[in-house]
Design a protein around this ligand. Structure first.
Ligand code: NZQ
Ligand code: ZN
Length: 384
């Protein structure tokens, strides 16, 4: 296990009715920018509840609606303008990962003397941020409790991911009931995203991380148990609450501290959503089994076999056979959630593969099995 410094400062208020804790925002000032997406929070009542609890304690609420999936730098710039013009004290995201990510860069960009895209290219330029709060409505990205933001610039076909401790939310409100209205495809994509975050830490070259490994396996089993339940019964509190807590635990550092390894499936997927604006979890569902098969060899088979034995209860004693069975199970599970299996199914062909591989290859150095541009192109091709 590597050395690490544990720092998970986000306060979590988990459960029914916890939105009343929005009254605590007054600790950070009186003027809030509320950032949200395309209207789901107005349809399911979360918007009204949020505004009620903030105005009751005298907070002045400004709004930035219209965050799209794969949030855009252009909207971040608008948010920063509002924060400066209205002397905003804090930013509140109400929504999924896209709203939270947009709010995070607004919070950092407001206190940065330059264009926020510069921060996406060099996160060390972030030296401060307005306090960040969020009300999560979709179990998926882990942005509610992590130090990352992912922002796109469609004019450049670019989607960048940065980390900075200034981006960790101060408080996150996690009410599983707010996810009852998440549509099936987003519920499924969210489950795949959570599993992918777990895989990105689980498949590591750092030895001796039994704690991280076994927590990861428990989280994977929890998603595998509960995602089908949430699809069958969208208002199952049990299923939604377990998925929601998995979303946060998958990416808050508990799995990666001490077991650090560069991520690889995520950068490869981010190029797909940068070029084609697809749902992130859907891209991961297609790429993950392909990546697993691509990196499976004599050296990695034991790790995949252990995954298969501990998560899928595969009894096979031969490592290579157990590993192959585990990868098959993973692919079958994603398909059972209704996720597409190939890029062709979602209308993606090979025309940008070389450019995409060139753009993401530097992130894949230092990953579990280091990948070259040629490897990444092969993975894209095998996913067709
Ligand atoms: O925009 P609205 O109307 O709110 O609708 C959203 C959107 O259409 C809808 N939705 C969310 N909550 C809902 C709901 N619909 C009904 N009821 C609810 N309760 O779902 C759609 C997708 O929302 P979005 O926020 O885009 O989804 P998600 O949470 O999956 O976020 C995806 C973004 O996060 C990035 C992804 O790349 C993508 O840009 N990621 C962020 C990470 C991070 N910050 O740590 C890590 C991840 O790996 C990921 O890259
Ligand atoms: Zn992800």
């Amino acid at each position: 296990m590597n050395n690490f410094t544990y720092s998970i400062p986000t306060v979590i208020h988990f459960g029914k009715g916890q939105i009343s804790h929005l009254s605590e925002l007054k600790e950070s000032g009186s003027r809030v920018l509320m950032v949200y997406g395309g209207g789901s929070i107005k349809r399911n009542g979360v918007y009204n509840a949020a505004v009620k609890y903030m105005t009751e304690v005298g907070l002045t609420v400004f709004e930035l609606p219209g965050v799209t999936p794969n949030p855009r730098i252009q909207l971040v710039r608008q948010g920063i303008d509002i924060c400066r013009r209205e002397d905003i004290d804090m930013v509140l995201a109400v929504g999924g990962g896209s709203s939270i990510d947009c709010a995070k860069l607004i919070a950092a960009g407001t206190l940065y003397d330059g264009d926020p895209w510069e921060l996406m290219k060099d996160s060390s330029l972030i030296k401060a941020a307005l306090p960040i709060y969020c009300v999560l409505t979709l179990a998926a990205t882990g942005s509610e409790m992590d130090n990352s933001t992912v922002i796109s610039d469609p004019t450049l076909n670019a989607k960048l991911d940065i980390c900075s401790d200034y981006l960790k939310p101060k408080t996150a409100i996690l009410d599983p009931e707010y996810t009852f209205t998440v549509p099936k495809n987003q519920t499924a994509a969210g489950a795949v995203d959570i599993m992918s975050h777990i895989f990105e830490s689980y498949f590591t070259n750092v030895k001796g991380c039994a704690v991280q490994k076994h927590i990861a396996e428990a989280l994977l089993k929890t998603v595998i148990e509960n995602a089908p339940k949430a699809l069958a019964d969208p208002e199952s509190y049990e299923a939604r609450s377990n998925l929601m807590w998995c979303s946060s635990l998958a990416l808050n550092g508990i799995l990666s501290y001490g077991a650090e390894v560069a991520w690889c499936v995520h950068p490869i997927e981010h190029e797909l959503s940068a070029f084609y604006d697809i749902t992130h979890g859907m891209g991961l569902a297609i790429l993950t089994p392909v990546w697993m098969r691509y990196v499976l060899n004599e050296g990695t088979s034991h790790d995949f076999a252990e995954y298969g034995r501990n998560v899928w209860n595969i009894g096979e004693t031969d490592d290579m056979k157990a590993a192959e069975a585990a990868i098959d199970k993973t692919a079958e599970f994603f398909a059972s959630l209704g996720m597409p299996k190939t890029l062709t199914e979602i209308g993606i062909d090979d025309r940008h593969f070389e450019e995409m591989a060139k753009k993401c290859v530097s992130f894949c150095e230092g990953c579990y099995v280091p990948l070259t541009e040629k490897d990444i192109i092969s993975i894209y091709k095998k996913a067709l």
